[in-house]
Ligand binder design. Sequence first.
Ligand code: 6PG
Length: 629
Amino acid sequence: MNFNNVIFLMGVSGCGKSAIGELLSQRLKIPFFDGDDFHPQSNIDKMSLGEPLNDQDRYGWLVTLNKLAKQQLLNNSCIIACSALKNSYRELLSTDIKNQVKWIHLAGSFNQILERVNKRENHFMSSNLLQSQFDTLELPEDAFEVNISMTPEDIVIKTEEFLEMKSEFGLFGLGVMGKSLSRNLAQKGFNISIFNREEKGTEEDVAIKFKGAHKELESAQPFSDIKAFVNSLQTPRRIMLMVNAGKITDMVIEDLIPHLSDGDILIDGGNSNYLKTKERYDYLKTKQVHFIGVGVSGGEEGALKGPSIMPGGNKEIYNLVKPYLESIAAKDANNLPCCTYIGEEGSGHFVKMVHNGIEYVEMQLLAEVYTILKLLGNNPDNIADILKSYKTKVNSYLLGITIDILRKKDGEDWLVNKIVDKAGNKGTGNWTTIATAELGIPSTLIASALFARYTSFYKEERLLASGNFNIKPSALNLEVDAVLNAYQFARIINHYQGLKLISQAGKAYGWHLNLSEIARIWTNGCIIKSDFMIDLIPVLKEDDNILNHKSIIDQVQFLKPSINQVVSECVLKELAVPCLSESVNFLNTYSTANSSANILQAQRDYFGAHTYQRTDDASGKYHHTNWQE
Ligand code: 6PG
């Protein structure tokens, strides 16, 4: 190990400094000094009378140890065991050699240490002596903490990895999100390794250049070689993949496997499909590698300043990466991390996928509100003013960015007027619609929003149809407050459907999901963060079905007349409002006690003898009728 440091092993009496110091000395092949051997006689006499030392007693002793450290550093590294309980003691020990000192804190609970000491032969420590040690201890901010519940051998291995400057977290893939997360991790003080592949001409020296561009990355280790990247990490390795979902993720996993050790952890932070996450989870288990599927929401800025993080997989393994993910996550209104263990297998990616489904609808609803307000004769600035006035009732991240978008000028015109109206998508809304169909959940708004994007993509056909059918929406007769109410109504239905989908998936897949916690981590950092989401936290504590909660029922009943009026007016004036109209159709359908599905059953039985139940037969038996007799 080519370094020139003094390693101070610190901690309260009984934490095992001497034993670890000896083992570490053998492992690192550098000398070990037990600080207790350097007390002046006066201290030894005092301690043998059972009298605790005071700061004055310790001053001379600490100066002696500082001199010993300086002397050793002249030609070697060394290890010195010293309780060094106070910051002032550690300052004294580090005098003149601060940047060559490494602090290793052997940490344990009061009971752990008392039990351990009292178990040793002819060793007894009074609990009040140990208590006074804990009372004196000022936790070090810059020490590498190792818990003494580990075996001495593991403590030594972990310490060696730390001393080898091995990174504690690896970030694989320096795209937009990967770079933001790397910077976020570094800003929180984590020692990280960052990796990006080398592609001649397109991706050269990406990690090195990225490190050089940001001060917070000065201690990050950049790599373009996978083996070197993996070997730069402490075990169990924690590697977060920020690469494109799909085949790329599988290819990266295959590239990594040969270099990984049993117990390493891969964290997939991409927008991966939850079914693929389950497959990867099972596949990597056969390779003794753990896999955590993590939804990360918040875009480039969110990833840098604090995303919402939705991890799923094995909970014990999650706990090994929890400190890192919770540290970089956004904080909610109570300063709690917007990161919580979602559930088993691919549940984290599933919840992220539904987040995107809700996001598609929120975006589509804002687009529809924009078309209505535009048809009421407003230019983009006027619409921005109206949306701004909505903030007190329906504030959200997406409302905020839409206001910014509408303000953006491009020369004399507004930029938004120059953007081609063909919406793209990366697939998450598609997956959500497939999932909702496969699970038999009527998340009709997500499908409507997705298909509205698909319809927008057929621009040429739409131009043709516009001429063929001469659809020219005429002036609307609506109040802006009615539009606001209609918008909030549809948002309530959107959130109900998205949360219903999550709830049903949890039941179907045996995930133990906590909807209130999911809403909580969606109150900041993510794209769908909103005041309404904050309101949903207590609602979901009481009932997974928000449409069955009195506060929501009251809102829906208040808003219903407005959505009826707005959708009717838009339909009559031939303005397309797919999600607004679907929201009122859904609630009407959802609230219909006796629906027309009896006709469907009859039709199915007529041509397919699929049978039907009778309202006057409580047995639930299925019947068939020969309809043509
Ligand atoms: C987020 C966003 C993000 C989104 C991409 C692509 O939570 O940060 O949802 O992950 O998926 O911006 O979105 P599209 O599917 O609309 O292309």
